[in-house]
Design a binder for this molecule. Structure first.
Ligand code: SF4
Length: 418
């Protein structure tokens, strides 16, 4: 095993800090701030097959996760990712680059252009050796508006196409103010440094809870400009299907965000055959193929559907999230994804109408932070069902048997009162 590899349960996994799970080690490749080439995607799929268990999963921060690596295969996988330029050679530098850029930037008219900002931000973060020791889950979100990302961040930068010269900064979920967009990268660095010095190794929300916003305002004093709070994003629209903005794109859904290597290879081929070979991963468990002509949509949709991908925005599976669960995850008390699929029969109509289902293998609730219309949390004493609540709220319910749970869901699926 690599001497630079750290393995600790509960640690946010990366290429250099793999995490042990029920099916072996898992590692995450940063994909949330870059456009992947079909060749890179195919390479990752082959790596998942040759060095892992063949599964490649989209994470909540739009990264790609390989599962089922062994002690023997791990170093080879790390070397291959390094050779392909998909990871930094320095684990400290790699850890600082947890940036998620809106995947529709430069494509969607409702999303601001973010390329220059994101490139400069990544360059500054990579060079900021004094920021070693940031918390493993430290993350920056650069959002250009349009379809909502719904991803939490230590530091958030919001730019809107209506005023693309301004960037609004938030830390730990609290809005701080606006800076010129050209100043946004160094403003993020200043915030990261201030947070790191106030609470070394702590998440920004904890720093804000303990110290308030004043010290963070202070570090940006010279950069702030007066500006009104940005308008709310337009109503959500589907990430799926064909769209035309500054460029055209086609969005495909990956059930549970997890697909076999052969499906990812097929997806790479779709990107080459019907688009410009460029692919972006989204935090909504979808993949965007760039530069797809309208005339290619029927053939693309047909092939993708046959590969098990979701192309219909009304597909009820789009509204279902389920973590890896048992046996892949050692903390899991029950299998999750096949179980979630078995609930499409009782809940399909409700899900197709927009209701959401979250199946969690244990009380950690890795797959979703917020509430769902139906939340099922498996425990040692059985599953619990929460309605319109999150995992914490669901834990207040009494445990059921699987038979009781399914009977209850069948009633709810028929619209019977709760
Ligand atoms: S929520 Fe799921 S993936 Fe997370 S620890 Fe529990 S079983 Fe594992």
């Amino acid at each position: 095993m690599s001497g630079t590899t750290e393995q600790r349960r509960g640690y946010c996994p990366s290429v250099w800090t793999p995490m042990e799970s029920g099916d072996g080690m898992l590692l995450r490749v940063r994909a949330g701030a870059r456009t992947l080439h079909a060749g890179e995607l195919r390479g990752l799929a082959r790596l998942a097959r040759s060095h892992g268990n063949g599964l490649l999963e989209i994470t909540r921060r739009a990264n790609l996760q390989l599962r089922g690596l062994s002690e023997a295969s791990l170093t080879g996988a790390q070397e291959e990712l390094l050779r392909r330029g998909l990871v930094e050679a320095s684990p400290e530098r790699e850890a600082r680059l947890g940036v998620l850029v809106h995947p529709l930037a430069g494509l969607d008219d409702a999303c601001a252009e973010l390329d220059a900002l994101a490139r400069e931000l990544s360059r500054l973060l990579a060079a900021a050796d004094d920021l070693s020791g940031l918390p493993a889950k430290f993350g920056v979100v650069v959002d250009g508006g349009g379809r909502p990302l719904e991803v939490s961040a230590d530091i958030r930068v919001d730019v809107r196409p209506a005023d693309p010269f301004l960037a609004f900064l938030s830390a730990g979920g609290a809005l701080l103010g606006a800076v010129l967009v050209d100043d946004a990268p160094r403003a993020v660095l200043a915030l990261a440094r201030a947070g790191h010095s106030l609470g070394p190794g702590r998440r920004m929300r904890d720093v804000v809870a303990e110290h308030g916003l004043a010290p963070l305002h202070d570090c940006l004093r010279e950069l702030f400009v007066m500006a009104p709070v940005p308008p709310a994003s337009p109503a959500p629209d589907s990430w799926l299907g064909h769209h035309v903005g500054r460029r055209s794109w086609f969005g495909l859904g990956i059930p549970f965000g997890a697909a076999e290597a052969s499906q990812w290879e097929a997806l790479a081929t779709l990107a080459e055959r019907y688009g410009s070979s460029q692919v972006r991963i989204t935090p909504r468990r979808t993949v965007v193929l760039l530069d797809v002509a309208q005339s290619e949509v029927p053939a693309l949709s047909d092939t993708a559907r046959r590969q098990g991908m979701i192309v219909d925005p009304r597909d009820p599976l789009l509204n279902v999230v389920a973590c890896a669960g048992a046996p892949a995850c050692r903390s899991g008390c029950h299998e999750t994804r096949a179980f979630a699929l078995s609930l499409l029969r009782p809940l399909g109509a409700r899900l197709a109408a927009g209701a959401t289902l979250h199946v969690s293998g244990c009380k950690k609730g890795c797959a979703l932070d917020g509430p769902a219309d139906f939340t099922i949390v498996h425990g040692e004493d059985g599953p619990r069902l929460g309605l319109g609540t999150d995992v914490a709220g669901t834990l207040a319910a009494a445990p059921l048997t699987i038979v009781e749970l399914k009977a209850r869901l069948a009633e709810l699926g028929r619209g019977e009162p709760s």
